[in-house]
Write a protein that binds this ligand. Structure first.
Ligand code: DC
Length: 218
């Protein structure tokens, strides 16, 4: 198969990362979770007591993604593996804000484009099809109802030992979507040439197979 890049965008908890992992595994491609980069920078922002100097935050940050057999993507920030902290509530509740800042986006987008330069990447995020990889070979815009997304995130949190309720998650997800869709720089939106995939009520296999069919059709 020829080397391709796949861009997977959509609102929070639409199942992008789960599906991206499955698609990448099926096609022997590398899955890049771009949200984890914004989460890592948010983790550092919180460690720095929410200091508002985002140029300083970026200029002092060394961020690298590594890929370990069986462990998937790891996020190395300033030489420390911070992956296990990135799903904590505090990070989740501040990440949209940090990700709206220009120095943060410029820094992350450049790294993402470097990672994708050699192709063979399934990349998920909010602006992959529109800004990061406008020439991606396949662009999918994944959506699902807020109710279903909250239930999926709740199951995820239970597995990770993170406390939450479905009601609280519905509210947080809706707020994050609103923020991500309405920010000034690279807001979340469907690329004109993306295919919309509504995953409400569909299981992982079904959605994965739908994307594999799209790949076949390229
Ligand atoms: O996919 P996620 O929930 O881990 O993303 C966390 C946040 O990061 C999300 O609310 C918005 C931001 N984000 C972004 O602005 N651009 C991306 N390409 C990926 C994530």
């Amino acid at each position: 198969m020829k080397l391709i890049n796949i861009a997977l965008d959509g609102p929070a908890a639409a199942g992008k990362s789960t599906i991206a992992k499955f698609v990448a595994a099926k096609l022997s491609m590398i899955y890049v979770d771009t949200g984890a980069m914004y989460r890592a920078l948010t983790y550092k922002y919180l460690q720095q007591n929410k200091t508002e100097d985002f140029d300083q935050l970026i200029n002092t940050s060394e961020l690298a993604l590594t890929y370990e057999e069986g462990k998937g993507q790891r996020v190395i920030l300033d030489h420390k593996d911070v992956t296990d902290y990135l799903r904590e509530n505090d990070v989740t509740n501040n990440v949209s804000y940090v990700a709206s800042k220009e120095p943060v986006r410029t820094f992350a987008v450049k790294k993402q484009q470097e990672l994708a330069a050699k192709k063979g990447i399934v990349m998920d995020g909010r602006d992959i099809g529109t800004v990061v990889l406008p020439d991606a070979d396949l662009k999918v815009y994944m959506i699902a109802s807020v109710e279903e997304r909250a239930i999926r995130r709740q199951k995820d949190n239970e597995l990770r030992g993170i406390e939450s309720t479905v009601e609280q998650l519905e509210q947080e997800i809706a707020e994050r979507d609103h923020y991500d869709m309405n920010r000034e720089i690279s807001p979340l939106k469907k690329a004109d040439d993306a295919i919309t995939l509504d995953t409400t009520g569909k299981d992982i296999d079904t959605v994965t197979n739908e994307i594999l069919k799209m790949v076949d059709a390229i």
